[in-house]
Ligand binder design. Structure first.
Ligand code: HEM
Length: 327
């Protein structure tokens, strides 16, 4: 909590510096703002809504008391991963965007096709492993009823924290590739803005879930770390958790600031929030954070978090490690 407060103050100070650096006008820049072109039938907003609903249903099913529903949750999570792979191999690779991206790509942007390839392969692997896990789950614990309270307990997370955790994780699965791909699509492509609608909407939803999560953590104290962890592992796990919370705060805020200073709207499903400031070059600073520094930090922190849990589960053989948050 202390780290989040310090980071919020840091972001606030950067915001004030941007206002001073720009022409200091807080009034909506209506003259510079051009209403964006939305695709027919609001397919973009409907897609975002589908991702939100399916993610919540999956997160809820993964932690349901009846074993058959939990198997269904694992299958849904596997299908979500495989959907990202199918989208990449059947649409992105054939779109021509990877070979011929939007003009003005920086040298750092040349890593984007490789990043998308990597994410599609990781999604494929995760999808296949989850299908295997579902098969094992169906065969082994067919009678095991999970009794779970809504609130957190001393040694495990409760239902509310679990649903918030897994829904956020699933949003990342769609939002990150959508963000990278949207930044590569040439300006004249009709579907470019649709990807921004999905990306920004999910980003705002993640930010709202962070606020709910922080409030919930005050209502219901999260469990202490697994007592089986060594002191070094405890330090690493604590650092990874803090870093993840900081990312959940910084990514949406920097995305919103970059967008606003660039003169573009922020989307929340069919709704559009016009930029709050007059456009200025301050967007470059926010963009450097949102597009370059923070995503790479996020990949490292997310990777460390997942690797830590898997190592604790499979190598250290502490089966309760995963069960604190699922099943
Ligand atoms: C947890 C929330 C978020 C995460 C993890 C995230 C992550 C990312 C990533 C990885 C990229 C690709 C960067 C690149 O390779 O160029 C990106 C691009 C982008 N994001 Fe976000 N984002 C989040 C929220 C938001 C929000 C709330 C907004 C706006 C309101 C936003 C606006 C954008 C824009 C406009 C781009 C494309 C920039 C360009 O065209 O070059 N993001 N985001």
């Amino acid at each position: 909590m202390r780290h989040l407060l310090i980071m919020s103050v840091g972001l606030l100070m950067l915001g004030l510096a941007s206002l001073i650096y720009g022409d200091g006008e807080l009034a909506p820049a209506t003259d510079a703002y051009e209403q964006s072109l939305r695709i027919a039938g609001d397919v973009d907003s409907w897609s975002a809504l589908c991702i939100v609903i399916v993610s919540f249903v999956t997160a809820w099913a993964l932690n349901y008391s009846a074993p058959k529903v939990r198997v269904f949750g694992t299958v849904l999570a596997a299908l979500g991963c495989l959907a990202v792979t199918v989208w990449f191999f059947s649409f992105v690779t054939y779109s021509g965007v990877l070979q011929d991206p939007k003009a003005n790509q920086t040298p750092l942007d040349s890593a984007k096709p490789m990043l998308l390839w990597l994410q599609a392969c990781v999604a494929l692997l995760a999808g296949l492993l989850l299908l295997l896990a579902a098969k094992r789950q169906a065969a082994s614990n067919s009678e095991e009823i999970v009794v779970l309270a809504a609130t957190n307990e001393q040694h495990q997370y409760g239902r509310v924290s679990r649903v918030l955790h897994w829904a956020t994780a699933l949003f990342f699965l769609a939002l990150i590739p959508a963000g990278i791909f949207s930044s590569m699509i040439p300006e004249d492509h009709g579907y470019r803005n649709a990807y921004y609608v999905v990306h920004k909407t999910l980003g705002v939803v993640i930010f709202l879930l962070l606020l709910i999560r922080l409030a919930w953590n005050r209502v219901s104290q999260p469990p202490s770390l697994d007592p089986a962890l060594t002191s070094l592992e405890r330090k690493l796990a604590g650092a990874a958790h803090t870093a993840l919370y900081l990312m959940l705060l910084c990514m949406p805020v920097t995305g919103f600031m970059m967008t606003s200073y660039h003169g573009y709207p922020t989307y929340f499903f069919i709704w559009e929030l016009t930029p709050l400031w007059t456009p200025s070059d301050a967007y470059i600073i926010w963009g450097a954070l949102h597009k370059y520094l923070l995503p790479y930090l996020l990949y490292i922190v997310l990777g460390a978090h997942i690797l830590g849990v898997l190592t604790h589960h499979f190598i250290d053989q502490h089966s309760r490690a995963v069960k604190r948050m699922v099943g």
